[in-house]
Design a protein around this ligand. Structure first.
Ligand code: 2AM
Ligand code: CA
Ligand code: CA
Ligand code: CA
Length: 263
């Protein structure tokens, strides 16, 4: 896609995500139908499903040839990344949405033949829309973001999945001692925003492609690094343990996270 086409795509994605966010805010105090998926703490609500359906129908009306991977099952079964592929997470941080009515996001990532094109993350309750891509730059609403945190590992905060920290996976307790502190927000999208804003130097979690996609486009555009910690290549089709880190901390974090455990 050339630059004008990509700019138009970004404009459309921003409009779809903004409309979804407005709809969620409008219904924020409505009674919710909450169901569990893989576990007691893996939730889906009627608004997750409804929002995904609306986003996917908006995408299909403008880009009928595209493949769409959505979390809640309304999309396609995507196995290869050829052509235009959209990754849709209608509500990222569903537990926060249910319990806190804040700290959740709507996210869409667009990729072309596996290459990052445009990412959009909306902090729904704060109405802050992060968007951009390699051809466009990265923005908060209309304001460009052009720098990332220059902090070294001892001086920065790391966002983590609570389970990864609780069970000390990837030496997260050692990482905790080596940085300025650990934070757990419960939404991959909101964690990505902390990185884009320079408030955290890294985020590590077990993530699915729709959790990774939108933020990856923007984080990489700003020079941050994404990698899998579980030894698999980053493929945007499977779930896995992912590290997103600033260029100045990626190597130091990986050295600690992947150090052999003495037996
Ligand atoms: P979700 O709310 O869209 O499911 C913290 O739970 C973060 O990890 C959220 O961004 C959440 O996205 C994501 N996540 C990924 N896999 C998950 C799972 N199996 N259960 C709960 N959250 C998951
Ligand atoms: Ca979910
Ligand atoms: Ca998610
Ligand atoms: Ca979700």
């Amino acid at each position: 896609m050339n630059k004008p086409e990509t700019a138009l795509l970004a404009l459309r994605m921003r409009a779809w995500v903004s409309t979804a966010g407005a709809h969620i805010r409008h219904h924020i105090h409505d009674p919710l139908q909450v169901k569990t998926k893989s576990s007691r703490v893996d939730l889906v609500t009627n608004l997750d499903k409804q929002t995904e359906k609306s986003l996917i129908s908006a995408i299909r009306s403008e880009y009928p040839q595209a493949q769409i991977m959505g979390e809640e099952g309304s999309g396609d079964h995507v196995t290869d990344l050829s052509g235009l592929v959209f990754f849709v997470d209608p509500i990222d941080g569903t537990m926060n949405f249910v319990k806190q009515k804040s700290n959740f996001a709507v996210m869409i990532g667009a990729y072309e033949n596996g290459h990052p094109l445009v990412g959009v993350i909306l902090n729904v309750m704060r109405q802050e829309l992060y968007w951009g891509g390699p051809q466009l730059g990265v923005f908060r609403n209309e304001t460009p973001i052009d720098h990332v945190s220059p902090l070294a590992l001892p001086d920065g905060l790391i966002g983590m999945n609570a389970g990864m920290f609780a069970y000390d996976r990837y030496h997260t307790h050692q990482l905790f001692k080596s940085c300025s502190g650990v934070r757990m927000i419960g939404s991959a999208g909101i964690e990505y925003i902390q990185l884009l804003e320079g408030r955290q130097i890294a985020y590590m979690s077990h993530l699915a492609p729709w959790d990774v996609a939108a933020g990856r486009v923007m984080a990489e555009t700003l020079g941050m690094q994404l990698s899998r910690l579980d030894g698999h290549p980053l493929d945007m089709v499977t779930s896995g343990d992912v590290l997103i880190a600033t260029a100045s901390t990626d190597a130091a974090i990986r050295t600690i996270a992947l150090a052999a455990t003495p037996s």
